[in-house]
Write a protein that binds this ligand. Sequence first.
Ligand SMILES: [Zn+2]
Length: 415
Amino acid sequence: MNRSAVLRLIGHHGPLSRADIAKRLGVTAGTVTALTRGLIESGVVRALNMTSSRGGRPAELLGLVGSVAVAVGAKVAEDHIAVVQADLDGTVLASETVAFDAVGANPFTFLADVLEHHVREASKGHVLLGVGLGLPGFEDPYGSGVVQAPLFGWRNMPVGEHLSISLGVPVLVDNDVNTLAVAESLYGVARGIDHFITVTIGRGVGMGLVMDGELYRGGRGAGGEFGHVCVDRNGSLCTCGKRGCLETVVSEPALVAAARRHRYVAKNARADDLVAKAASGHAGVLRLYAEAGTLLGRTVAAASVVLNPLALVIGGEGTRAWPYMGEAFVEAFEADIFPPMRGATDLHVETWDDSKWALGAASLVLRAPFLTPLHDHPTLEQIRNRLDDGAHRALPAHSAQPTHVGRPARTVGAG
Ligand SMILES: [Zn+2]
């Protein structure tokens, strides 16, 4: 039992009273007082206003001091990089989007140049914990920074090591949908929910799994490759080499291609054009979206029968077509879910926001102090040490604002 257990608890649940902390950790009030005193002295935790809890005696709540540390996060896409600087409570301090060519010459040098600027800026007046990177691929082995990103043609790329040497700070890399799930878990609609699934639709279809409060990566980091579930053995060829993967049917490019085949849209049409057709009431396009919603609802229900999530968070660029898919999705999901679990899963559909993915990438670093030792590796330890060292440095009084945690992300109701 140590201070990181307390940090982890406050980081996941938001401000808590000492009595709540003692109860949840199963330790005495005296132990909690001693642990939190150290955290308050080091400036990481701060006592918030007295709040009346459940009508009883007012209790003093302890919350994180968000401004004590910052991280840089980047979502790396095929053609652009979205970067944010964010503090410990998920407040975005600066953001930028830069054009990028993931398959071009020297993508890593370019990436390091873009990040270097943000690392320098974020270090001014803050403890910079490190850089987090989210990309459409996976890290294997865990904690190695070695990336497999077939979409970019990156095989066994030591991205983490390369960047941490160039930038001189710890670097964590993960699948972009996983980073989004982390952001939802720390700062979004899934805050405090220990079992939830994030499904993203857009260029592909992705899934991020948080089970028992932790990101679930699977044995080799490739868990949640939901877009590559086979739904039609004789279907179209997928980027992964198989035929008929889910994303060859319901991704935005797949839907656009289907609409072109039916001549519902012009040959050079894009996803925006398809959404516009649906908005104008084009019956054929509406049918395509409804079919996609049904297939997605059935497959997500299959995953949910296995995993029993308490919440589903649907995100990604493709959610702009949700008004035309949502009803069919909900109907199919409810029909296929394990009947005793019907109605037990909350659905949240998020409007598309690139900077949220970048915040997720920063969250990889920002959550490091809250992780259990079970998930430890040397880079996480480096990040924790930077927080400890930095927090003990005298910080200007104006920077020690208490965090107001638990701001829910904007959602639209869909069932
Ligand atoms: Zn595939």
